[in-house]
Structures are given as structure tokens and as C-alpha cells.
Design a protein around this ligand. Structure first.
Ligand code: CA
Length: 238
């Protein structure tokens, strides 16, 4: 069966562009100018991924994501946001809405396609099977707990490894300190959110070239942290 993409976007040019280019690659795109009909459609016709514009005529993209996450059947649907330049990306992904990625307009169809493929690939791989994570100059092996940066081995404590491995396994997602404590330290923890900051700082000193300008472990102001697996968004352009 063809991969089904739902596109919620009110700019006709973008809809046409995505439809045409995705169609050529064998992806089926069902598009909606408004959010509410798209949500109704999704509840009846499951899709593989949704691409959601932030500014829509009826309900904004953030609310769409919120409603998807609140719906048991749609909770797992991968979402990629389309954002206009100037919209605060931190705010968009920092709301812990569980979006999988975002693409800044103007973007090239090829860039959007690459992001879609990456998100779909990640969804297909059960986390346990990703034994070796390789991202740019960083390599993590969960079988041996060995970590190397730029070809050089790095010594990590087991908690540091767990934290880095968790973030690197979920690239681009923003996690609050509380979420990281739950995921990495577990429920029976007697530590404060500050502990996360301390571990992130140590990890940065070990893996980043310049810990004050981290390439991998980024702070999302007011929210938490995320692991970046690709360099900052270039606008791309058509
Ligand atoms: Ca719009």
C-alpha cells in the first residue's frame, strides 16, 4: 500500500508543490485547507504521517497536534509542522506537543521529502533494535556502551550514557527536565531537575567541540533539552 500523507495547509501553491513532488515519489497526499475536516478524515482513514501548517483558517496547527495526541487512535501519528520564518520555533516545538519535526518556509520539496522519510524511518525502527547510533561525528554503541566522538573514545558514566542514548534515540524532540528524569532516572529517583542540567553540562564537556555552543545537546529555552541530528535549518528555498 502507498504511504498516505495528510497535508493540512491553506496555501494552494505549497499544496500543489507537495502533491506534485510527493506524487512522483509514490507518496499519496490527501490535502485539507482547514484543520477540522482533516481531523475528521484522520479519525476514519488512518494515515502514515501528517504535515501541518501552523497558521490555518480554523484551528491552528498546534491545536491540531494537541487534538491528535489526545486521541487514542491518532496519538502515534507522526507530525511535521510547517512554520513561517519568524514564528518562534522554540515555542512551537517547546510546547511538548510531541511533533516529530518542523520545516521552515520557504522550503524545497526535496527537503520536506527527506524529513518525511526520516520520520517514517524512525517510526519503523523499534528503539531496541537501534544498537548503534551514528550521528555526524558521534557514535554510540548500546551493546558495549562505547561512545566515540570524532573517532576518539569518550568515557561516560552509565547515567551519562543513558541520558545521551535516550536523547540521541529521539532526535529533535524536546524533553523537559521532568520528562528526562522519568525516562532516564526512572520513577524511584531522589534527584531534582537540576541534576539533569549537571549531567547535560558534563556530557557537553565530553562530546561537544565547544560546550558553550553545543552542536548536539541543545537547550530549548524555558523548556528543556533536545538532541540535534542535523545542522540548523537552512531556509532552503524554491
Ligand atoms: Ca497558513
Amino acid at each position: 500500500m502507498k504511504t498516505q500523507i495528510v497535508l493540512i495547509e491553506d496555501e494552494r501553491d505549497i499544496v500543489e508543490l507537495v502533491r506534485y513532488n510527493f506524487g512522483k515519489e509514490g507518496l499519496e497526499v490527501k490535502s485539507f485547507e482547514r484543520a477540522l475536516p482533516a481531523l475528521d478524515h484522520l479519525r476514519v482513514h488512518p494515515a502514515d504521517l501528517a504535515i501541518v501548517d501552523i497558521l490555518l483558517p480554523d484551528v491552528d496547527g498546534l491545536e491540531v497536534c494537541r487534538r491528535l495526541r489526545a486521541d487514542e487512535r491518532l496519538r502515534q501519528l507522526p507530525v511535521i509542522f510547517l512554520t513561517a520564518k519568524g514564528e518562534e520555533v522554540d515555542r512551537i516545538i517547546g510546547l511538548e506537543l510531541g511533533a516529530d519535526d518542523y520545516v521552515v518556509k520557504p522550503f524545497s520539496p526535496r527537503e520536506l521529502l527527506a524529513r518525511v522519510r526520516a520520520v517514517l524511518r524512525r517510526k519503523e525502527l523499534p528503539p531496541a533494535r537501534k544498537e548503534v547510533i551514528e550521528v555526524r561525528d558521534l557514535r554510540l554503541d548500546s551493546r558495549t556502551h562505547e561512545v566515540a566522538v570524532r573517532g576518539r573514545p569518550v568515557e561516560l558514566s552509565s547515567l551519562e550514557f543513558k541520558l545521551l542514548h535516550f536523547l540521541a534515540s529521539n532526535p529533535r524532540r524536546v524533553y523537559s527536565r521532568e520528562q528526562l528524569l522519568d525516562e532516564v532516572w526512572g520513577r524511584d529517583r531522589f534527584v531534582t531537575p537540576r541534576t539533569v542540567d549537571v549531567h547535560i553540562r558534563r556530557l557537553r564537556e565530553k562530546i561537544e567541540l565547544r560546550s558553550e555552543e553545543p552542536e548536539y545537546l541543545q537547550t530549548v529555552r524555558g523548556t528543556g533539552y533536545r538532541f540535534v541530528d542535523h545542522p540548523a535549518d537552512s531556509g532552503g528555498g524554491l
